[in-house]
Ligand binder design. Structure first.
Ligand SMILES: [Zn+2]
Ligand SMILES: [Zn+2]
Length: 102
């Protein structure tokens, strides 16, 4: 079986939270982007409809504290397309406040 970086998460960055209930996932800083992300505890391409809002809520709590000026969900999975992870990215500083959805 091919090794997956997100299945074998190295604890080299900040971990904010780990959950076992209602399903396994973790919130941690992404090694390559240096922003918080939620990572599914199982090797799956997508969360279920029930899991998605739980992941988003947990990540939003961390992102609100870290990026008080606004941020957005980014679930484009460029490097690891088959293991679900969701980034919270801050808006670029040049983006006018009125173009920020929050
Ligand atoms: Zn995986
Ligand atoms: Zn990243």
């Amino acid at each position: 079986m091919a090794k997956c970086e997100l299945c074998e998460l190295a604890r080299t960055t900040t971990w904010y939270a780990e959950y076992d209930e209602p399903f396994r996932f973790a919130i941690l800083d992404c090694d390559s982007c240096d922003v918080p992300m939620a990572v599914l505890g199982e090797h799956r391409q997508a969360p279920t409809e029930g899991e998605r809002p739980i992941l988003q809520r947990a990540l939003a709590e961390i992102a609100d504290q870290k990026f008080p000026d606004g941020w957005f969900f980014d679930d484009h999975m460029r490097q690891i397309p088959d293991h679900y992870h969701l980034h919270a990215r801050p808006y670029p500083a040049w983006l006018p406040k009125n173009l920020r959805p929050k």
